[in-house]
Ligand binder design. Sequence first.
Ligand code: VG1
Ligand code: CO
Length: 541
Amino acid sequence: MTRHTTQPIDGQKPGTSGLRKKTSIFMQPDFLENFVQATFDAVGGVTGKTLVLGGDGRYFGREAAMTILKIAAANGAARVIVGRGAWLSTPAASNLIRQRGADGGVILSASHNPGGPDEDFGVKYNMSNGGPAPESVTSAIYDRTQEITGYLKLDAPDPDLDTLGESTMGEMVIEVVDPVSAYADLMKTLFDFNALRDLFESGFRMRMDSMCAITGPYAVEIFENRLGAPKGTVTHATPLPDFGGMHPDPNPTWAHELMAEMMGESAPDFGAASDGDGDRNMILGAGTYVSPSDSLAVLAANAHLVPGYKDGLKGVARSMPTSAAADRVAEALGLDCYETPTGWKFFGNLMDAGRVSLCGEESFGTGSDHVREKDGLWAVLMWLNILAVRKMSVAEILTDHFARYGRNYYSRHDYEALPVDLAETMLGDLRAKLGSLKGTQTEGLTVESSDEFCYTDPVDGSVSEGQGFRILFEGGSRVVLRLSGTGTQGATLRVYLERYAPGPDGLDRDPQEALAPIIAATEALVGIRARTGRTGPDVIT
Ligand code: VG1
Ligand code: CO
């Protein structure tokens, strides 16, 4: 064991989902080492513990895994279970932690952020329940990074991470496992694989775009090998260190190839995409885009048709900016519905306590209590299973859903890479006038209430403040504004827009058009375009 002297390095505060930085920053001397040692210290050390390690295959992932193994060995870890090639999707890592009874895990990913020497890298610690560390732990990690004076790192040769099986590094066992099989087996326990095989055999056509990221090998194994979808159903199926230059974010802007195919004349029946680390999903039908908030609601309404959820759901949870479409389903089914801050770490307690089985975020994240992360391929399989049972198209399912529950028109507008001080001043000014907005009339809308979201966890009572600004208008429309906690460049402002239409008329409008009054009212109240000089958002979902 070798002790290395070090000094605290600025900027190691974990965000919405772990620590994310430019790769070059992570590659600076001691940067990764400091953060990993601080993490191990903050969770009470790793002596005698078993950890899971893997990531989305992005640039620097393998090297980072080697470093982390040497730090774990020097810190006395008993065993580290590593996905071959240091590959594990985020949901697969969560599953392995749970299935193997590990004490925790380290996930190497910057998720939907691009990868490469000039792009992003990230490190996230997950707990023994398989879920992201809660705020109490991420704050303890950050505190530790600010006082660290040394780290332990074994002086050992790089281990072989490409051959399955066990080896040792010092006293520690390194167990290299197939990254895909345990996850694929788990999916088989939840879904009707026979019905899905029949679906593909009947000529059902699907396109899965893995965006040169980690879900490629998982999707090929599950859809093509196990379910008999034609070879080539999965595109961009090989994970590449720079994601082939793609921005592995499954939304209409970045998954434009898939969008073009699905909106084209010979579109397949079903299309889906996932992100860098495999926890996000975008769902499409021929000519149809499913907004993530609607996807959550449809899954909640139909989950009982899927074997893994045949006895019904325990409850549903959504992040605050996610639309209330799922709430309407929960109400109809008599289920509890929780509203949490943005980020999957807030769902863990609710799932552990058995209060909810289905969770979702407007940011293309959906999942259940089968793991403690959101799960992109799981959501795709949920949709497939529902389509197989209901024998309807994606468009028909949506139309039927809206007719029954009404439609929460929804859109998110992102303004990226804004100067940090400008974004903070803009939201600071909004905070200052938040209390006096009630009754304000603008663009034909009247402000009913406004506040800054503060969450009290119903399980452990912990309080999370400052989780986004909400402005509610009379009639059930609203806008939510918050700054991203996953970006690595400037500030990203997220503007979440929602308007409820009860039906039966007006259920098939274009969302941007249906939301136009709210967009205009937001500009009048906050002045985003006026203050940033931008003509519009960079990304619309
Ligand atoms: C974004 C999303 C949030 C999601 C998070 C991690 O956070 O809005 O809903 O949980 O990314 O997703 P932010 O702070 O940038 O808005 V992923 O796929 O990184 O793990
Ligand atoms: Co992700």
